[in-house]
Write a protein of this length. Structure first.
Length: 209
């Protein structure tokens, strides 16, 4: 049986991409990355893909007049690769699933959706907003993505404490460590056929005997 095929969309260093590559190579994540697409040229994530022998393409967001035309190009680029799941890994533009990928786009956000999320909430901006708000718990959320930033049925969430002496950088490190565990686990559950979308909820089905 062939492994499910992933497209990983990036905009930066590709640390999440590398985590997935490592999990695939050690046999704990039963998928194949068919292609990596970057919205920015000359980012380190493209080099990570090339080192792993993965096809890597760049579609620069600034080359397209609006998000719809950009998504037209993204969908056209994905077409030849027969992708089963689109994985957003630090992708800073809005990917529109459209009919073809409805229920087959996954994203991770470094906060507990529906808090501290949406357009403009990315990277250390999220963690600084958490600290400024005085909340005691943060974390990350893996979810199926739809046509809105950081929105769609939630698959997994995990939490970390927000400490009194935290900076955006120190909080980011703890959240990122959690992301490295939760994102592969969500993809693994999907690859095992154990995720069922029911409206705005995701049911995790028992493992098959």
């Amino acid at each position: 049986m062939n492994s499910p095929r992933l497209a990983v969309l990036i905009s930066g260093s590709g640390s999440t991409l590398q985590n997935l590559i490592d999990r695939i190579e050690d046999g704990t994540l039963p998928v194949e990355i068919a292609v990596v697409l970057s919205s920015r040229p000359d980012v380190f994530g493209l080099e990570r893909a090339q080192r792993a022998g993965i096809r890597a393409l760049t579609l620069a967001r600034k080359s397209y007049e609006n998000i719809e035309r950009f998504n037209d190009a993204l969908h056209a680029a994905l077409e030849p690769f027969a992708v089963d799941l689109v994985v957003l890994a630090g992708f800073l533009s809005l990917f529109q699933p459209r009919e073809r990928y409805a229920g087959r786009v996954m994203n991770i956000h470094p906060a507990l959706i529906p808090a501290f999320c949406g357009a403009g909430f990315y990277g250390e901006k999220v963690h600084q907003a958490v600290i400024d708000a005085g909340v005691r718990i943060s974390g990350c959320t893996v979810h199926f993505a739809d046509d809105h930033y950081d929105h769609g049925p939630i698959i997994l969430q995990g939490t970390v404490p927000v400490l009194d002496d935290d900076t955006a950088e120190t909080l980011a490190k703890r959240v990122h460590a959690l992301e490295r565990e939760l994102y592969p686990e969500a993809i693994r559950l999907w690859a095992q056929g154990r995720l069922r979308i029911e409206g705005q909820r995701v049911r995790i089905l028992p493992a098959r005997e």
